[in-house]
Write a protein that binds this ligand. Structure first.
Ligand code: TIU
Length: 221
């Protein structure tokens, strides 16, 4: 059954049977003090405001029995999947692989690299470790989703204009219909979040659709 969800730039034809929720990088490294996000000079507390909404969105998908894919931005301990071009950016004292307050920054298996408790994956949910900003680069995301018959992706997570937007663009090019939940995503920069949503939805939804959580929730309950 198709459900028309009010959205920008026009209603999103939500098909629950072919949909998955994608929760991008809700990791301690980005959301908590002492992680990669703070090492880049960002105020990570901005991201904490969306946690209840992301958790509610996850709960909604679980209640409906719909699939969820969680991503983590992470690198192997030997950093063989982290190109120097990514590691050697800027003048940060703490770079990817260096040891911070929550272990080695952005390294798989370190305490800071885990997903925050409020958004933690449940057994049976898809979890993808990605070395890039996008969820499809060097991952099994596409085959995992296609093998489940999924053609629509509902997006949440951080940060809006970096890993979320990159993932939405990758998904759009692969033929997925993408809906961003605007109050379940956040950026370290207020103006970049707004601009990313505008870029995604402009030109008749050149990348996809956007709507607040309450519109999706009201449409499916
Ligand atoms: N720096 C920043 O805004 N984001 C990232 O580095 N990764 C993600 O967005 N996950």
């Amino acid at each position: 059954m198709i459900i028309n969800v009010p959205a920008a730039p026009f209603p999103y034809a939500f098909d629950p049977e072919h949909s998955a929720l994608v929760v991008i990088d809700m990791q301690r490294d980005f959301v908590e003090c002492g992680g990669f996000g703070e090492a880049l000079g960002n105020d990570v507390t901005r991201l904490q405001a969306i946690v209840p909404t992301v958790a509610a969105l996850i709960a909604l998908f679980r209640a409906k029995g719909l699939p969820i894919l969680h991503t983590r931005e992470s690198h192997l301990p030997d950093l063989s999947d982290c190109p120097p071009a990514k590691r050697n950016r800027g003048v940060a004292n703490l770079r990817i692989g260096d040891t911070g307050a929550m272990g080695r920054l952005l390294v798989r298996g370190e305490p800071g690299n885990s997903i925050i408790a409020e958004c933690a994956p449940m057994p049976g949910e898809m979890v993808i470790d990605k070395p890039g900003k996008g969820m499809f680069y060097a991952t099994e995301s596409d085959s995992m989703l296609r093998s489940r018959g999924i053609s629509q992706l509902i997006f949440a997570g951080v940060t809006t204009e970096v890993c979320v937007q990159t993932s939405m663009r990758e998904a759009n090019d692969r033929g997925y219909e993408c809906l961003l939940i605007t109050d379940a995503t956040e950026s370290y920069f207020e103006q970049f979040k707004a601009a990313a949503i505008d870029m995604i939805t402009a030109q008749s939804g050149i990348v996809g659709w956007a709507t607040p959580f309450r519109e999706l929730e009201a449409s499916v309950t």
